[in-house]
Design a protein around this ligand. Structure first.
Ligand code: SAM
Ligand code: DTB
Ligand code: SF4
Length: 329
């Protein structure tokens, strides 16, 4: 038997009235931060379970494909030529990248993220990065790159190479940005994010907490992220890793519960996004990480290195997942 569609008369309904985009205000987000801890976590769990598998965590592995010597002066970064102490390394060969990606895949990572310490890529560097993207994609992994600010046409080249995600963080609140970075503005970051979206690449965009910013500033960063239309598909929440030699090496540590609150508020304000518990896990106890998963984090960087800083060994994460009944997504 073949299925044939019955002839139909299609009546066009009147166009629906435009739905106003829901915008989060900083005040409303501060209100979430101020909830009693248990109420905040309960709400975050409710949102989490409505939109995601409750015990699944996505695994991304990072590789620094070009390290150190960056022209930018980001106050947290070990790779800035202004203050960074990271050992400089030229752009890696494609073979080295493929070897690392294969190892990451064998360990269970589904996304491979390649980071370069550039203000932005030169067109000639982009050729090699495009080859890396194609080769990693051919392994059956999702691809992500973070290369700094893009010039017109570069996002399209990355898309053509098969790129799935571009990571470009807003990093901190607009009112705090100038205290941390002077060589580019947050508007520059928005411009690149616009180019990434227009090229049809998924957006990975988050920030750093624990740089001495106020709670209101954390709320203001999350408002910016949640009000992107659409919100980023992936939201990395980094806890500052105080790197030697950087202006922020002695930043006062953040109250761990405030970090958990930040994850919970990210989950509530960006219900469909992957919220990644990102830099800083090496310095966190297993119990603190468990609270972050309860608060709605459902992605991590997996593998013993971030870009230049340490990350938990795979074995520690495997043991933690087992104890918590979590599984790789
Ligand atoms: N140069 C590119 C850029 O700035 O977008 C890509 C690499 S940069 C290292 C990527 C992100 O890493 C930054 O936006 C920041 O959020 C994060 N990051 C860098 N140093 C960090 C640190 N010490 N602690 C936590 N996060 C950090
Ligand atoms: C992101 O938000 N965090 C990652 C990734 N995107 C590129 C980088 C974290 C860097 C931590 C410090 C370091 O390794 O130097
Ligand atoms: Fe350069 Fe990125 Fe580090 Fe800033 S965060 S100094 S742009 S590598």
């Amino acid at each position: 038997m073949t299925l044939t569609a019955a002839p139909q008369t299609i009546t066009l309904a009147p166009a629906p009235a435009p739905v106003p985009t829901l915008r989060w205000t900083t005040d409303a987000i501060v209100g979430l931060f101020e909830l009693p801890f248990n109420d905040l976590l309960f709400r975050a769990q409710e949102v989490h379970r409505e939109h995601h598998q409750p015990n699944a965590v996505q695994l991304s592995t990072l590789l620094s494909i070009k390290t150190g010597g960056c022209s930018e002066d980001c106050g947290y970064c070990s790779q800035s030529a202004h203050h960074g102490e990271a050992e400089r390394e030229a752009l890696l060969d494609v073979d080295e990248v493929v070897t690392a990606a294969k190892a990451a895949k064998d360990k269970g990572a589904t996304r491979f993220c390649m980071g370069a310490a550039w203000r932005g890529p030169k067109d000639k560097d982009l050729d090699r990065v495009a080859t890396m993207i194609g080769a990693v994609k051919a392994l059956g992994m999702e691809t992500c790159v973070t290369l700094g600010m893009l010039k017109p046409g570069q996002a399209e080249r990355l898309k053509a190479a098969g790129l799935d995600y571009y990571n470009h963080n807003l990093d901190t609140a607009p009112e705090f940005y100038g205290q941390v970075i002077s060589t580019h503005s947050q508007q520059d970051r928005f411009d690149t994010l616009g180019q990434v979206r227009a090229a049809g690449i998924n957006v990975c965009c988050g920030g750093i907490v624990g740089m001495g910013e106020t709670r209101r500033a954390r709320a203001s960063l999350l408002a910016e992220l949640a009000n992107l239309a659409p919100p980023p598909e992936s939201v990395p929440i980094n806890q500052l890793v105080p790197m030697p030699g950087t202006p922020l090496e002695n930043a006062p540590p953040l109250d761990p519960f405030e970090f958990v609150r930040t994850i919970a508020v990210a989950r509530i304000t960006m219900p469909a996004s992957l919220v990644r518990l990102s830099a800083g896990r090496q310095e966190m106890s297993d119990e603190l990480q468990a609270l972050c998963f309860l608060a709605g984090a459902n992605s991590i960087f997996y593998g013993d290195k971030l870009l230049t800083a340490d990350n938990p060994e795979a074995g520690r994460d495997e043991a933690l997942f087992k104890r918590l009944g979590l599984h790789a997504a």
